[in-house]
Design a protein around this ligand. Structure first.
Ligand code: HEM
Ligand SMILES: *[C@@H]1O[C@H](CO)[C@@H](O)[C@H](O)[C@H]1NC(C)=O
Ligand SMILES: *[C@@H]1O[C@H](CO)[C@@H](O)[C@H](O)[C@H]1NC(C)=O
Length: 416
């Protein structure tokens, strides 16, 4: 009886993962129906049924060759706490510079990131921000993601500051962390799930409008990457268990992955010391976090805050946020409605259209990037963008192709 129930739920589960994306794009009612089941993840529709839990497959060692070693001189640590933790535990090279394959393998081994998603992210890093084969998890423009402001790294992240609000895009701002932390006051029951994170996402979007005169929210960096920065917190950092196979993210684990130390009344960020906590269990191999899964989470966030599916920027002063019509931006390729219905397609098509300008590379040299992006989004039926209207982007004074880890603080920026 027990076995057949488990087998049935596994079968349903596997079926749902593959059947889900198409059904979802076709029907808003279907999405709403799925959402009726609230789990530890919150009201987000996935997973449809609790995934299996297998401690042997899901345990992530922080012992022996994987024991924590703090970064030393010459070791690079940047804005991504997941990659920093992987480097600190030698799942990635300790110096923080790695190849596409190393990123793909390490994110799968440490967190259960699906290879469609990691290949997309790592190839983009290599071609847009690295040397074609690899890149640094910190670095400067053209060597790593700390130097990728405007093409990868972006404003209104959860805990890292906005570049032109704070002068750094890679430092954690403790005020931001504390606001997230405070959203779950009771340590005994705390769970930073998708509901908590979408609340925080809305707060951070508003905060960037109110405090960063150069806040810029673009298709790829804003609609796609900056949503990942929020959903990844629960989807990857949450500890999986028999009781919570979807994961539960408590205060101690959040602090460990975000490199926060000290007692409750004196929380401090220790740069670059992100750690895998003891006895951490990642996602089950049948439940890896993929691109269609991620898109479902973006749409769940957008139900609470439709702003995240539009493009826009502040006009050089705080509280001057103006939107840009996707139809104007893409010379008619996507209407606002089409962009909002399929943000991953819109963002990816935009990234492809911008790549020649970003890199100065010919279509031949960009072929590996295009094929990685195409195969990663093949299930989504994406429409291409022929060309980007550069004068529409130029209306954003904070828009940059590259920048960071440090940059000027904008006149009128508010730091608190
Ligand atoms: C190859 C894979 C990955 C790439 C290329 C990547 C890249 C990035 C980049 C560019 C940012 C900055 C985004 C921004 O400015 O908002 C970022 C932030 C972030 N990443 Fe990753 N990442 C990867 C994998 C992961 C994994 C496996 C995790 C798991 C925990 C993770 C968790 C996060 C979080 C939570 C943030 C937001 C940090 C904050 O502001 O609080 N990432 N990542
Ligand atoms: C994860 O959950 C398991 C089962 O409850 C527990 O034994 C383990 O300590 C937890 N790990 C973390 C990092 O909280
Ligand atoms: C390009 O953007 C500019 C600025 O928004 C706008 O005036 C112009 O009409 C746009 N071009 C097209 C073809 O939409």
């Amino acid at each position: 009886m027990k076995t057949s129930t488990a087998a049935l739920s596994l079968a349903l589960y596997a079926q749902s993962i593959y059947a889900f994306p198409r059904a979802m794009y076709d029907s808003a009612e279907h999405f709403a129906a799925l959402q009726k089941r609230a789990g530890p993840q919150g009201g987000a529709p996935l997973p449809l049924v609790p995934p299996p839990f297998d401690p042997a497959l899901q345990y992530v060692s922080n012992q022996g060759q994987y024991k924590f070693v703090a970064p030393g001189p010459g070791d690079e640590r940047g804005p991504c706490p997941g990659l920093n933790a992987l480097a600190n535990h030698n799942y990635l090279p300790h110096n923080g510079v790695a190849t596409i394959q190393q990123f793909v393998d390490a994110t799968n081994k440490g967190f259960g990131m699906s290879r469609d998603l990691s290949t997309f992210l790592a190839v983009y890093g290599a071609i847009i921000d690295g040397n074609g084969a690899g890149w640094s998890i910190r670095g400067t423009p053209h060597t790593g993601i700390s130097g990728s402001h405007g093409n990868y790294e972006t404003d209104s992240s959860p805990c890292r500051g906005d570049l032109n609000q704070w002068g750094s895009n890679s430092d954690l701002q403790i005020t931001q962390f504390k606001r997230l932390y405070a959203l779950q006051p009771n340590a005994a029951t705390a769970n930073y799930n998708l509901d908590v994170l979408r609340t925080f996402r809305t707060q951070r979007f508003t905060e960037s409008i109110q405090k960063n005169p150069y806040f810029s929210y673009q298709p790829f960096t804003g609609m796609e990457v900056s949503q990942a920065a929020f959903t990844f917190i629960y989807r990857f950092m949450a500890n999986k268990s028999a009781e919570y196979p979807e994961g539960r993210l408590d205060k101690a684990t959040l602090k460990s992955f975000m490199s926060i130390q000290g007692p409750e009344n004196d929380l401090k960020w220790v740069p670059g010391n992100e750690k895998f906590p003891d006895y951490f269990y990642k996602r089950h191999p049948s439940d890896e976090y993929s691109i269609p899964y991620f898109q479902t989470d973006i749409l769940y966030f957008a139900q609470a805050d439709p702003r995240i599916l539009g493009v826009g920027c502040n006009q050089g002063k705080v509280n001057t946020y103006s939107t840009i019509d996707p139809a104007v931006l893409t010379n008619g390729a996507y209407t606002a409605q089409q962009a909002a219905a399929n943000p991953v397609c819109f963002a990816t098509a935009f990234a492809k259209a911008e790549a020649p300008l970003l890199t100065g590379l010919s279509a031949t040299l960009l072929a590996p990037l295009y094929s990685a992006l195409d195969s990663a989004t093949s299930g989504l039926n994406c429409k291409a963008i022929g060309s980007v209207n550069q004068s529409a982007v130029a209306l954003c004074p904070g828009f940059a192709l590259y920048g960071g880890p440090n940059g000027p603080v904008a006149p009128g920026a508010i730091q608190n």
